[in-house]
Design a protein around this ligand. Structure first.
Ligand code: GLV
Ligand code: MN
Length: 195
């Protein structure tokens, strides 16, 4: 859902001091085949973290050749029981294919309807633009999925981190009221994320 391109390609110059919507193009004379290939999704992500999952991004920031083309991909690895926590992508619809393992994939509509299914290798899912979603490894071993986005920079608002690990922190008074709990519950959650 990014804007249409105005030329064949516009390999990003990520270091330009010029600020535009997207990134400025590097000069055509400097573009080579290297700009259109990317190895960054070939390695398993390190899932040793509280969630037991790792998103390895392949957005314009890692793969500058994607600039202005309205497309990108991620690799997501899961330890057994690992969760890619509830999050949303403000600029893209997501589709994914499970490569390995068994994933519970769920999203919630703006009407608070929950849609979900357990998927195994070869099966696809789609997450409509901007909706909150997650994937949970419900299989015995590791799991792996590749996801694709109709934006070169989909962005991700990860709910637990947005709400409980922001800088500066959201005042407890907001969170106690929002979740109808006491201060100690909010402090306990914040402490899990090191804030
Ligand atoms: C999975 O939800 C991803 O954003 O890659
Ligand atoms: Mn996602």
């Amino acid at each position: 859902s990014d804007p249409d391109s105005l030329q064949d390609f516009c390999v990003a110059n990520l270091n330009s001091s010029i600020s535009v919507n997207g990134f400025p193009c590097k000069p055509d004379a400097e573009v080579t085949f290297h700009d259109f290939f990317f190895d960054g999704l070939s390695k398993e992500g390190d899932t040793t973290n509280v969630f037991g999952s790792k998103v390895t991004p392949g957005s314009v920031l890692e793969f500058p050749g994607l600039n202005t083309l309205g497309i990108s991909m991620n690799r997501v690895d899961f330890a057994p029981g690992g969760l890619n926590p509830p999050h949303s992508h403000p600029r893209a619809t997501e589709s994914g294919v499970v490569i390995k393992g068994k994933l519970l994939v769920g999203f919630i509509s703006t009407n608070n309807v929950y849609y979900s299914k357990v998927l195994s290798a070869g099966q696809m899912f789609v997450i409509p633009k901007g909706l909150v979603h997650f994937q949970l490894n419900v299989g015995e071993g590791k799991a792996l999925t590749f996801t694709a986005f109709n934006s070169h920079l989909p962005g991700a608002a990860v709910l637990p981190l947005n709400l409980f690990a922001s800088t500066p922190a959201i005042p407890n008074g907001v969170l106690t009221k929002a979740f109808q709990v006491e201060d100690d519950v909010i402090n306990a959650i914040k402490s899990k994320f090191g804030s």
